[in-house]
Design a protein around this ligand. Structure first.
Ligand code: NAD
Length: 271
């Protein structure tokens, strides 16, 4: 008999803790781990997943920020530095949904980028997602349902100068996502990337000053001439718009969407 991975209605997952205020949403009874959830896109994902009833494991190196978001969404904070493999392996392994979101940017030409910075970024943005999935996929396979959402970037599909560590990490995450899609398919587990262009978050706000320096232009020109040069839609995307796509991937009707890139780039890659 053909096996499908359509989500079962409100799952019986026994002792899972859920927020009673939101337990009736699309994701009631599900547990969702979101990394980098203290800020920006991760925070928006935590809020949106919790609004649909998921219990959110809020993972972030910023312990105070993680506690704040966890208390806002009725979830649990897990302060952890994802550049430390032991800390990653100490995270819970019972999530039904994993949103690999934590990331950072460094802007410098290859010959000026510190190799240790390159290595740390690969640990946070590639090795940590692998380690988290290495430990959470067996539970998803056992329960016959799981959703992996990797927050990649338009830089998982295209390169830009001065972003070697970031572009390399996002391209690697794309590969990991596709392998998990192939391995997870018989077990009801989908794996996809979400690929935004520039999102209005602290990560981008921090980049503007550095981009101004590297390109030798005033900060006021960075948004219009650097950040919005390639998207056809001339505005930044909001974190909540990215989170909506993440929730869509975790909700009903998307069980056949796997190994895909959900490109939210305002037309950047249409060029
Ligand atoms: N902002 C954008 O324009 C944009 C575009 C495409 C993709 N993305 C991706 O979205 C993700 C989130 O970015 P954002 O813009 O919301 O950034 P952000 O800086 O607002 O948030 C990133 C979060 O990750 C956490 N983090 C960083 N290093 C960590 C570590 N070692 N261990 C644990 N947590 C750590 C930070 O503390 C922070 O809370 C990143 O993977 C980024 O590459 C962002």
């Amino acid at each position: 008999m053909e096996r499908t991975n359509e989500p079962s209605p409100a799952p019986a997952v026994g002792t899972r803790q859920t927020s009673s205020a939101t337990a009736d949403g699309l994701l009631g009874g599900r547990t969702a781990m979101v990394t980098g959830a203290a800020s920006g896109i991760g925070r928006a994902c935590a809020v949106a997943l919790a609004a649909e009833g998921a219990h959110v494991q809020v993972v972030d190196v910023d312990a105070e920020g993680a506690e704040k978001v966890a208390s806002e969404v009725g979830g649990t904070a897990y302060p952890a530095d994802l550049s430390d493999p032991a800390a990653v392996d100490g995270l819970p392994a019972d999530a039904d949904i994993v949103v690999n979101n934590a990331g950072l940017q460094r802007v410098a030409p290859v010959h000026e980028l510190d190799p240790d910075t390159f290595a740390t970024m690969q640990r946070i943005m590639v090795e940590a997602p692998f380690r988290i999935l290495h430990r959470t996929l067996p539970g998803m396979y056992e329960r016959g349902w799981g959703r992996v959402v990797n927050i990649s970037s338009v830089h998982g599909l295209r390169a830009s100068p001065y972003k070697s560590a970031y572009v390399a990490a996002k391209h690697a995450l794309e590969g990991l996502s596709k392998v998990v899609a192939l391995e997870g398919a018989p077990h009801g587990v989908t794996s996809n990337c979400v690929n935004p262009a520039y999102v209005r978050t602290p990560l981008v706000e921090r980049q503007i000053a550095r981009q101004a320096e590297v390109h030798g232009i005033p900060e006021s020109e960075v948004v219009s001439t650097v950040l919005l040069e390639r998207p056809a839609i001339k505005r930044l995307i909001e974190p909540e718009e990215v989170a909506r796509t993440v929730v869509w991937l975790c909700g009903p009707g998307t069980a056949y969407v796997t190994g895909a890139d959900l490109v939210l780039d305002g037309g950047w890659t249409a060029h």
